[in-house]
Design a protein around this ligand. Structure first.
Ligand code: ADP
Ligand code: MG
Length: 528
């Protein structure tokens, strides 16, 4: 590191004005977060965090980083004093975790703060002590290279805020919630965390995988599958996402250029891929790396939120990354759903399918059981066969259907006349709004007056009359409804047809068609 880069300056007014201002220290946990970030910015390879009484009594963060220059030690506790930024342009290109020069000043104004630091190759370190922002003592003092920041009696001068602190254990849990993400993002750094002199975390530097194994529990890690994705324009996404067929452990770790942040849109994208299995937010550990100038971290004082330039592009990349990993065409999903339906000997025959509530088809598989929504499944079958067929033979109705259509339906019928005929429908206008329907696409077994009307009603409500829309309306309205009894042969035929479609797992509207319950899920439910 260059000498001038590690020296502290007070930011010029023009930069101060651009900095997202506000409360940085919400409690012991945010104090710990800021101090760890300072140690990481100082390139420490070893950070020790000692906590007493949930941080209410003492927080001590010590590192072996670059240290603070002795002449700067009183300056670092002043507002907007930082070694990480110099001018406005630097704000667009923030590599460090800190940049606003606010944390130490905020902490010092609400606590008793001590800093002991030895800078680089200096002979001796320097010590400073402040009480509620006022310097009490400053002197040379021995120390190894690096910095210790000790915070005592947080909020001693703000009784109202101190009263709002929770029990020591509860505050410590929040601190743990800050330390763990740092351990995950910086596996090259060793961390020790103690609470009331008891060691809680002690992890040595190592690979990312080693770090995860040492810091997260095994059942959580086993519920994840790896994801990896890279683009030409410098985006790199990797990490782990939850296996879709396992319950969510509700742990969410997102890092953007190693900064742990909150970004709700990731949930929204992920959920799309999990809805057939669960409504809970799926867990993930995701590392997104992208050029610094593509991320704005100067959004919120606590730096927990970021804004992205070209956000839509980023979102579509995230979507594609997940799609490739667990989407319908992914090998993961194919393996998961390569279920073989098993025949079961019952009395003197073999059976394969059962119907529940005349709506769901149930079958046993090697790994558990599957439930198939008969309507959604049939919708998918009809949609695919209408869409993929190149020629549409017509089946002439034995008894043509006479329908007096409502005016809106009639208008729509005239508008999509050609499309319907191309699909295999045959009809002619008898007089006024009365139409005689004489033929239907051969792949539809049968049709009723209500079916035809429902299709036209659906389409009349919509201005979009693309062929996809028409096919969707047909498949939705003519698919077997819930409540219709099916024979074992009909069920078997339906399931076979479903699996010969390209996307058997969703109906054309995107709703799931199949739900698999693995045996191990059942075992868990029954606490076996
Ligand atoms: P910021 O991190 O935004 O610069 P802080 O108030 O957190 O603001 O810290 C002010 C300055 O104090 C930092 O810019 C850095 O120069 C120095 N500093 C703080 N903690 C450490 C540390 N652990 N090691 C080295 N320097 C530190
Ligand atoms: Mg800082």
């Amino acid at each position: 590191m260059k000498e001038n880069q590690s020296r502290v300056i007070e930011l010029p007014e023009s930069v101060k004005n651009k900095i997202a201002a506000g409360e940085v220290i919400e409690g012991p946990f945010s104090c710990v977060k800021e101090l760890i970030e300072n140690s990481l910015d100082a390139q420490a390879s070893q950070i020790t965090i000692d906590i007493v009484d949930g941080g209410k009594k003492l927080i001590n963060v010590s590192d072996n980083g670059l240290g603070i220059h002795p002449d700067d030690i009183s300056l670092v506790t002043m507002r907007y004093s930082t070694s990480k930024l110099q001018n406005i342009d630097d704000l667009n290109f923030i590599k460090s975790l800190g940049f606003r020069g606010e944390a130490l000043s905020s902490v010092s104004s609400v606590s008793h703060l001590e800093i002991l630091s030895k800078f680089d190759n200096n002979e001796i370190g320097r010590y400073i002590k402040l009480e509620n922002g006022k310097i009490i003592e400053e002197k040379p003092k021995q120390r190894q290279k690096g910095t210790s920041v000790i915070v005592k009696y947080l909020f001693n001068n703000y009784p109202a805020r101190r009263k709002f602190l929770r029990s020591s254990n509860a505050e410590f849990r929040k601190i743990l919630g800050e330390v763990i993400p740092k351990c995950i993002a910086f596996p090259e750094v060793s961390f020790i965390l103690t609470h009331n002199n008891k060691e809680v975390i002690n992890v040595k530097s190592g690979s990312r995988e080693e770090r995860l194994i040492s810091i997260l529990d095994e059942s959580f890690l086993n519920s994840l599958i790896p994801i990896k994705y890279e683009t030409d324009d410098g985006l790199n996404l990797e990490g782990w996402i939850q296996k879709p067929n396992l319950p969510s452990q509700k742990k969410y770790y997102l890092f953007v250029n190693k900064r742990n942040v909150w970004y709700g849109k990731v949930f929204r994208i992920l959920r799309d891929f999990y809805t057939p299995f669960s409504n809970e937010n799926p867990s993930f550990i995701l590392f997104i790396n992208l050029p610094y100038e593509m991320v704005d971290v100067n959004v919120h004082p606590t730096k927990r939120e970021v804004r992205f330039h070209k956000e839509n592009k980023l979102l579509s990349h995230i979507h594609r990354a997940i799609e490739e990993t667990i989407g319908e065409d992914s090998s993961y999903r194919k393996d998961l759903f390569s279920f073989e339906i098993e025949e079961i000997f019952q009395g003197d025959t073999y059976e394969k399918f059962w119907q529940l509530h005349r709506s769901y088809i149930v079958a046993q598989t090697k790994n558990g059981l599957v439930i198939i929504d008969q309507h959604a499944a049939h919708e998918r079958i009809l949609f695919d066969s209408l869409k993929n067929n190149k020629s549409f033979p017509t089946q002439t109705l034995l008894f043509p259907i006479h329908i007096k259509h409502a005016p809106l339906e009639m208008l729509k019928l005239k508008e999509i006349d050609e499309e319907l005929k191309a699909l295999g429908f045959r009809f002619h206008i008898f007089s006024g709004n009365t139409v005689i329907w004489e033929g239907i696409p051969a792949i539809l077994d049968d049709i009723s007056e209500e079916g035809i009307i429902a299709i036209l009603q659906d389409l009349a409500e919509d201005r979009d009359t693309s062929i996809d829309k028409i096919i969707k309306a047909i498949s939705c309205n003519l698919a077997i409804k819930a409540g219709v009894a099916l024979s074992p042969q009909e069920m078997e035929h339906l399931v076979n047809q479903l699996f010969s479609t390209e996307k058997p797992f969703r109906c054309p509207h995107g709703r799931p068609t199949i739900y698999e319950i693995p045996l191990n899920e059942l075992e868990k439910k029954f606490e076996r």
